[in-house]
Design a protein around this ligand. Structure first.
Ligand SMILES: [Zn+2]
Length: 296
């Protein structure tokens, strides 16, 4: 089984997660730029973060046989902070980079005028750069949030068939599907969708344009949720072809709209800008005098 997690924040995860994801069948991920929990206070913090999503994180993923791409944007929450919004002027020079496969996460958090402005501006940036967009929908008041989201996209230069609307559930799936956008579902341990609800939605609405992600980050989340959905789909009578479509071909098709998706994991350099993921001297290399063999 091959799995593509189309929305996961690996910056917040450990190498153990990469190892377990590979063992579960994950061969590709997309990491959207997002809010880090601690508010940023200047555009410079975003730029270092973007560089890490373009350099260090794909390097780290490649050590575990996983292809890593990213989406870049000013996230909806921090669109409300005037200390952060100047990053919009820096985005164009980042959106031309090879590893960027969409603009995102953009959209609404609290549906403020500042979020309106950042959302519209970034849909235009996506259209200007020939990129699709990953759109986050609010966790509260979901149907109103979805309707307003779709209205803003319809007024933009970006067609709905180049937009992935994420964090959908039973209340929003039908309207989203009718709009012609791609349909994203985040499967979490305790909140939002779980595996059973996800499989029920697939049964009711079909696998067309559906993408399933773990959205794993620094909060309570599980980077193996994609595999757990795949296993439950098979147990509930879906075919292996259905699973491959939802968990591989649909994300490949959506992010492939960028023309930049490269799923060959070739980078096996041991270091990135002189730094490796190893801590200390590898066990099979000679130790310096006095260092016990047990030290890694
Ligand atoms: Zn996210």
């Amino acid at each position: 089984m091959r799995i593509f997690d189309p929305h996961i924040h690996m910056t917040s995860r450990t190498t153990d997660d990469y190892e377990a994801m590979y063992a579960a069948g994950v061969r590709a991920v997309v990491e959207p730029a997002f809010w880090l929990g601690q508010p940023r206070t200047s555009p410079a913090s975003f730029l270092d973060y973007f560089d890490s999503l373009l350099g260090w994180e794909p390097f780290r993923a490649a050590q575990y046989g996983i292809a890593h791409h990213c989406t870049l944007a000013l996230n909806p929450k921090e669109a409300n902070d005037p200390r952060c919004t100047p990053v919009l002027d820096e985005l164009p020079r980042y959106l031309v980079k090879d590893n960027v496969v969409a603009v995102g996460e953009i959209g609404y958090d609290s549906m403020t005028p500042a979020e309106d402005a950042a959302f519209a501006a970034q849909l235009q940036l996506a259209a200007d750069h020939g990129l699709p967009a990953l759109v986050h929908t609010p966790h509260r008041d979901k149907l109103a949030g979805l309707r307003r989201t779709l209205d803003v996209v319809r007024e933009s230069a970006l067609p709905l068939d180049r937009v992935l609307v994420d964090h959908l559930n039973e209340t929003t799936v039908k309207e989203a599907k009718d709009s012609g956008c791609w349909l994203g579902f985040s499967v979490y341990p305790d909140t939002k969708m779980d595996e059973e609800r996800m499989v029920a939605i697939l049964r009711d609405h079909g696998p067309e344009r559906v993408l399933v992600n773990s959205a794993a980050d620094w909060g309570k989340s599980d980077p193996l949720k994609t595999r757990k959905v795949a296993d439950l789909m098979l147990a509930e009578g879906f075919t292996e072809d259905d699973v491959d479509r939802v968990l591989w071909r649909n994300p490949v098709a959506f992010y492939g709209l960028s023309g930049r998706l490269d799923l060959d994991v070739t980078a096996t350099d041991a270091t990135h800008e002189g730094n490796s993921i190893l801590r200390g001297v590898p066990r099979d290399e000679p130790r310096p005098a006095g260092v016990p063999d047990t030290e890694a």
